[in-house]
Design a protein around this ligand. Sequence first.
Ligand code: ADP
Ligand code: MG
Length: 460
Amino acid sequence: MKLDVDVLRYLSKDDFRVLTAVELGMRNHEIVPTELIDRIARLKHGGTYKVLKNLLKNKLLHHDSSKYDGFRLTYLGYDFLAIKTMVNKGVFVAVGRQIGVGKESDIFEVAREDGTVLAMKLHRLGRVSFRAVKSKRDYLRHRSSYNWLYLSRLAALKEFAFMKALETHGFPVPNAVEHNRHCVVMSLVQGYPLVQVKQLQNPETVFETIIGLIVQLAERGLIHCDFNEFNIMIDDDEKITMIDFPQMVSVSHRNAQMYFDRDVECVFKFFRKRFNLSFEETLDDIDGSDEGRDEAGKPCFSAIERSAGFLDRELAASGFTRKDEEDIQRFIEGGAESDTNSDSEEVDLVEDLNEAGTVDGDSSDLLEQNEGYESQGKEESCEARESSGSEKQDASDNEENNEEAMENEAELVKSLNKQRRRAVAAARKGRKTVAARNSYKDKGGRSSHNSKIQKQLSSW
Ligand code: ADP
Ligand code: MG
């Protein structure tokens, strides 16, 4: 995944306005009708169509005309929205090199104004999983193609909430700085994933520390669920930092015992193979007894007492709701059938739109127009379901789709120009266009906000 942030510099306020309009439209459309984008964005004189062309050229949008003429965000488009928000908030001023490609994320270095380097994780839930589950009809049937937006956003929210809570409780995790959409910014861990380490000064101590962390997490009510050599960072002083939290579960999860044992087993296996550790002696050293261990020296889930606070409950009150957790677990465990965004998400999006200086005015009006299209969108999806074999492309395939989109570009440009001419003609005639019916007004406060961002971005 290439993140060409240079493009960001050349994007105008109108570009972001239209990009945000597509994001809002994706609240209830997998493909947002072009006309709806125009109505939400409310650019003068058919400006939306010109901007759409530009966004498409830069692969921030994907065009789809299979059912009706419309667009959706690509990962890159979503990345840019999150990055711009972060820049606006002053979280960082520059994006640097990519430092990690996880299963379902891309990690980049970002720099603060004072030069401090942080890590930015862009979640890509659904990236790898989609092809694997493509054959599962149930999954597809209930799945909206724009789920990746929602799920990636949830993953980021969960990761941020867990990282913060773990840090508060003294666990060695990165410092959680900020999150927005599918993006989490955290401190940069100095060190390497354990998987890259061939030798340790004190393998026993490191091993004890890691097993100790699994036990302490469980005592606080949590299981990491992906506690392996890829998600354990170690520095030159052999200090451990754990990362990667979107899949963590409570010890009251129905499969808690299995997840716990799996985490323990992963660590045992890795240390046995890589560092030739024999565990019976090592574990005896931890506390001088084998209490709470099985005959192989592994900690037993059933013997763990929840002693020190209940992080799982604390987290439930952190803004990461039970429904969020259910949705994300359903996906991680293999059957994402979640509804897309909740009401609160809709409010967030409208706030984002206003905050970005893109659309001012009455959000309910905005939602109302969106509603008008919702039923149409639903009909479309029923139709798509019935017409077997014509499975719609998924959003997570957007790289491919973009290529396809580029092929269709000539046709699209023609169509956009036509729509644009129509809008311009309508405006000239003084006829009320669809957009003009909206009651919210552009208050014109756009320039100062935009120039600030441009200034920040141009310093990249
Ligand atoms: P995924 O959920 O996709 O596995 P991770 O959070 O495990 O993503 O990150 C993938 C890789 O990126 C890690 O193995 C690590 O090398 C690097 N990485 C992640 N977070 C940080 C960080 N805060 N500091 C330094 N490197 C990091
Ligand atoms: Mg990982």
